[in-house]
Design a protein around this ligand. Structure first.
Ligand code: KIV
Length: 256
């Protein structure tokens, strides 16, 4: 079976079938998720925490992303693959383009995810010029978090709401193909759903996004740090991981 295409992800959005996504960092987990029919696998730079045991994602290197992404690419056939560009690659636009091209050259991914804010959103236009397909990550952006206080809901204050909506619309205009919203308020998600054409995947952003993503270790019940407050603890009552993943998939398919 060929990999799921971006067109298929759009078709899921249009038909109001939720898009399922999960992180993976190695061949065995990725193959299992792929076989179970997960639409998107993200090789997230959350590997800085869950694999390397660091306190955040800030020190993840491009070589580490390539190592883990290659394992996921080799072991999967159907899921759409998105890999994070690490924080170190975003120090300059030239380095970003060079590193993004390397990630695509070495690993057979479908898309790159980049954490975006008002200061670096112009990077999207250069990535678009270079024909690099991009998922734009807005809201809580762990690469730019400097204190535990920043782990909160975004979009509760009017100025923050306006900024997220403005950046999301600009990202779509600058060629982003998927929007990922982390810890964004329901109000912002609902406003964006009414105006954006590209699929919106959420984490901690309520049930009305076009799809949901989860860190695989949170679903497994072995969160490296504290389990996120938005994790539905009912999943953890299902003892087989296969049944738990299937439940996650069927729940996400239903709620959009
Ligand atoms: O790195 C990651 O795993 C992520 C998810 C939390 C969306 O960005």
């Amino acid at each position: 079976m060929p990999r799921i295409s971006l067109k298929k992800l759009h078709a899921l959005k249009s038909s109001k079938v939720g898009i399922t996504a999960i992180t993976a960092y190695d061949a065995s987990f990725a193959k299992f998720f792929d076989n179970c029919g997960v639409d998107i696998i993200l090789i997230g730079d959350s590997l800085g925490e869950v694999i390397k045991g660091e306190k955040n994602t800030h020190k993840v290197t491009l070589d580490e992303m390539i190592y883990h992404t290659s394992a996921v690419c080799r072991s999967t056939k159907s899921s759409y693959l998105i890999a994070d560009i690490p924080k170190e690659s975003c120090k300059s636009i030239n380095r970003l383009i060079r590193d993004a091209k390397k990630l695509f050259r070495v690993c057979k991914i479908n898309m790159l995810k980049i954490e975006v804010n008002s200061k670096n959103i112009h990077y999207l236009s250069k990535l678009h010029d270079e024909k690099i397909p991009v998922c734009c990550h807005l809201g809580l952006t762990p690469q730019y978090v400097t204190s535990r206080k920043n782990f909160r809901k975004y979009g509760k204050y009017p100025s923050e709401r306006t900024e997220i909506i403005k950046n999301a619309c600009l990202a779509e205009k600058l060629g982003a193909k998927i929007l990922l919203l982390e810890c964004v308020s329901d109000e912002v998600v609902n406003r964006l759903k009414a105006i954006m054409k590209i699929p919106i995947i959420g984490i901690g952003s309520g049930k009305s996004c076009d799809g949901q993503i989860i860190v695989c270790y949170d679903l497994l019940g072995i969160s490296y740090n504290q389990a996120p407050s938005f994790l539905d603890k009912k999943y953890l009552l299902i003892s087989s991981f296969h049944a738990r993943l299937k439940k996650y998939i069927s729940n996400v398919k239903k709620f959009t």
